[in-house]
Write a protein that binds this ligand. Structure first.
Ligand code: CP3
Length: 356
């Protein structure tokens, strides 16, 4: 028996029957919500918000107050790890993340400290505990980390980029050095995710947001290999059953490879047909996705039509978690999100009835 009042998300992650398709939204706590913007203002800036557990908890719960979502996600960022390693994360108004220091050579990699997640990232773990407590088992709490490749890409580049060409140059020019960096990050990601579970996270998601920039062979060698190592270690080190979701943006052509690393669920972006994805992986994993976030900029009828298409494509099979194919953008009207959620409830309820 689950202690959760709403365990649809957990059930869908193990491909059990559900009354309707569960839904949560990547970046559900974010700038499209006026109450988020108010709390961020109160904190001063985004990083100060991440480092204040009470305010983190407040923003993590905000989307659940407004919408009938089936999961909560820790409010933090994937770049907390490189920050804890001493790279100096900062955000300039209106711009993406930046680092004061970058990784360019062997001595940079060698001098990266081995961090103690309980000390250096205690503010994240404290936020996890508080959110879990305040959720009071309404819905499950998702903890998360960036993938080693995605984190390495930011650490080498020093900021976001469309191509991450410095990171890709290192991949081809000095693969051994990149592997050394990836090893160090992987060790930290494992400790970090285990600590999040000990603090109360009930599901884990690994964001491989830049995996899709890699060539076919490079994806296996520089991203998937490390994702596999993480999933293997998590399954070994965590005694409870904590499902792991692997989300590789642009990873549509590698679904069976991703399924083979023993994760519980694959997150897909909107460039893949979810019905074909399901055919490819069968019942071996669940699938999360995959509405194009831009659909939320359209009118109600369009949102309903696109939701229906995804639910029809997935079919009456178990193991679907509805989500966007990437994070919600700040220009979305929260009313559209309400319409999205209603459409998922309405159409998936009907399709689940049909399958009974
Ligand atoms: O999903 C959630 O509600 C939880 C919170 C969350 C944030 N970042 C908060 C955030 C999560 C899961 C992330 C993950 C994250 N962060 C990823 C992986 C997912 C993805 O989008 O591919 C990446 C690549 C980052 C790095 C990052 N952090 C970027 C590129 C940016 C700027 C982009 C932007 O939207 O401006 C951030 C900042 C950030 N992280 C914001 C939020 C709510 C916006 C900061 C603000 O309030 O100004």
């Amino acid at each position: 028996m689950s202690i959760l009042a709403n365990d649809r998300f957990i059930k869908a992650l193990s491909r059990e029957d559900v009354d309707r398709t569960p839904i949560w939204i990547m970046r559900q706590a974010g700038r499209y919500l006026p109450e988020y913007r108010a709390t961020r203002k109160q904190a001063g800036d985004f990083l100060a918000l991440c480092k204040n557990k009470e305010l983190c908890c407040e923003v993590a719960l905000q989307p659940l107050e407004r919408f009938e979502l089936d999961a909560a996600i820790l409010f933090s960022d994937i770049l907390t790890i490189p920050d804890a390693m001493g790279l100096g994360l900062y955000f300039e108004a209106g711009e993406g993340p930046k680092f004061k220091k970058t990784i360019n050579n062997l001595s940079d990699v060698e001098s990266l400290p081995e961090i103690d997640v309980h000390k250096d990232l205690s503010y994240v773990l404290d936020a996890v505990s508080l959110i879990r407590y305040e959720l009071n088992n309404r819905v499950p709490l998702i903890g998360f980390s960036g993938s080693p490749w995605t984190l390495a890409a930011y650490m080498i580049e020093g900021q976001g980029s469309k191509t991450f060409s410095k990171a890709k140059a290192m991949l081809y020019q000095d693969p051994t050095l990149l592997h050394m960096l990836l090893e160090k990050i992987t060790a930290c990601v494992i400790n970090y995710l285990v600590a999040q579970v000990k603090s109360g996270a009930q599901v884990l998601q690994i964001f491989d947001s830049w995996g899709g920039l890699l060539s076919h062979d490079s994806y296996s060698e520089f991203s998937l290999k490390y994702l596999k190592n993480i999933v293997d270690k998590l399954k070994l080190l965590i005694s409870e059953d904590v499902p792991v979701i692997v989300y590789t943006k642009g990873g549509g052509q590698w679904l069976s490879k991703i399924a083979s690393i023993n994760c519980d669920c694959i997150g897909i972006d909107w460039t893949t047909n979810i019905g074909l994805a399901r055919e490819e992986v069968g019942n071996s994993v669940s699938i999360q996705g995959n509405l194009d976030p831009s659909v939320l900029l359209a009118d109600r009828q369009t949102i309903r039509r696109e939701v229906k298409k995804i639910l029809m494509a997935y079919g009456p099979n178990n193991g679907h978690i509805f989500n966007l194919g990437h994070g919600i953008t700040p220009d979305v009207d929260p009313e559209r999100v309400k319409e999205l959620i209603h459409a998922v409830h309405e159409f998936s309820f009907k399709s689940h009835l049909r399958s009974c």
